[in-house]
Design a protein around this ligand. Sequence first.
Ligand code: AHR
Length: 634
Amino acid sequence: LDYTINVDAQGSGPAIDRAMYGVFFEDINRAADGGLYAELVQNRSFEYLPVDNRSDTGLTSWSAVSSSGGSGTVATVNDDARLNERNRTYLKLTLNNAGAGTYGVLNSGYNTGIAIEAGKTYDFSVWARTDAAGGTSLTVTLRNQAGTTYAAPVQLAAQGDTWRRYTGTFVATGTTDAARLAVEAGGDGTLRLDMVSLLPRDTFKGRPNGLRKDLAEKIAALRPGFVRFPGGCIVNTGSMYGYDAASGYQRARAYQWKDTIGPVEERATNANFWGYNQSYGLGYYEYFQFAEDIGAKPVPVVPALVTGCGQNRAVDDEALLQRHIQDTLDLIEFANGPVTSTWGAKRAAMGHPAPFGLDRIEVGNEENLPDAFMARFVKFRDAIAAKYPDIIVISNSGPDDMGTTFDRAWELNRANGVEMVDEHYYNDPSWFLQNNKRYDSYDRSGAKVWLGEYASWDNKLSNALAEGAYLTGLERNADVVTMASYAPLLANIDYVQWRPDLIWFDNDQSWGSANYEVQKLFMTNVGDQVVPSTSSGAVKEPEPVTGAVGLSTWRTAARYDDVAVTSADGTTLFSDDLSNGADRWTPIAGRGVWSVVDGAYVQSDTGAENTMVEAGDESWRDYDLSVKATKLSG
Ligand code: AHR
């Protein structure tokens, strides 16, 4: 290898923004509930429904339990006795205990259970009402399946048939990743419970209703310049189903920030695009607070009433559009407005009188109906500019399909004088190596680029190196590419809808991928200015594709939990449990590496179906799919 790099130490290239590298947080792979949000009780408000996931009910992760001969019945109910209009379902216990008997419910948390660490403090709370004249005694325990306890029990006395919040504290005497939380009641009568919560006191920065410390610390260690939230596909896709003026309250709707602030018991829940219930315990206030805590700019993404993510439909409802535009103006007031303003006062009431310093906002996510999207985007942009002229309003280019949609989106972004455009792409490592010069030819006087989502298709060292090489191309073009964020950020190993991911975790451990280490290297060493350099010499080219393995079949099994790729001769190349209980999975044409078999990547080819696999069809489906093997070189 004879290779020379010439550095022009006196030359000056583009300045690099301190906020160039950030993180993209989306509630995918249970990144929020069961992940970054520190709540340990799953389905704490009994709001899970089959619309969230077909196997869900109000009792998901709950089971009945009794002690000392206690008995009763348990059901979830949605009626006029509900806690409030947004928290609609509650737990109804009909008690029939004799003597010292108790009856109640047991929560199994996430993954293997509830993670408890000896010596740490845990805050328990529950909303309750009872029709027993003398009140109802509650015994709350942290225990394992066999009944061994991990802390002294919490004893409470519920009084009266109106909703009241009761609290208690555990100090753990043991360590486990498989505890259960049991809430048992004595006596007779009807006891109603809601919002059964257990939060570690030791959250990131000690924030109440806070974030899981190890995960937040791993994100903070990246020193992100910005935090993009709350997604991704979850932002807008719900809007396809979500608006029903008649009911006024509906599941599976777009992510609407007003659903996510205020007291947690008054926040809505939603059917997450990725196939599970989403509590909004981690909501907009917490996102802003987290960004501030780690010294990052907050960058929210609001729905634009057009959906990408395989659905490709636009909502034609001007009144709804105007409401979303107003919601977006209100969001800016929530973030930055004085405490005397309507929404600034709500921020102050939640504990943050000072503004959060929002200076940019994204409208829409990865829209692949460019004309429909732009027609809506300009209305958002113009309304925001009229009231908040200093806020940067970010558009997007749709997914980079290297074809008409992407090109049309850019044409429209340019024609409408858009200030910044969010690009997304996922590809194999060789693509990242071959496209280092992508931005060398971008228009220097046009829109700035935010590479809001990108990754090469795996978490191997070779992927991380390819991404690192690519980042040098972004930095060289820092006058055009002003922001970049790898995606997705987090994955709970037992609830995976998408891989690769930057940080992986279960209920008590977390670890960064090789890709994380590369991100950290760049993010914690952001330069001030590019120093021009040239290189010369012979470079070893990556080895080429070694050939196709033949026409194959991709099959989804019942509930789409399993996928298998078989070669033409019937050999199974790989099979995988893809979604671990999620309802949907999106096969996307040409989107890369799925697995590694005998030193080769098995990769989807562009002939694959590009179809959303909808919940509701439990039969096997065959798709003709060409797979090819790419030899791993080096
Ligand atoms: O990062 C995962 C998904 O990829 C995002 O939700 C979406 O924007 C993109 O298609």
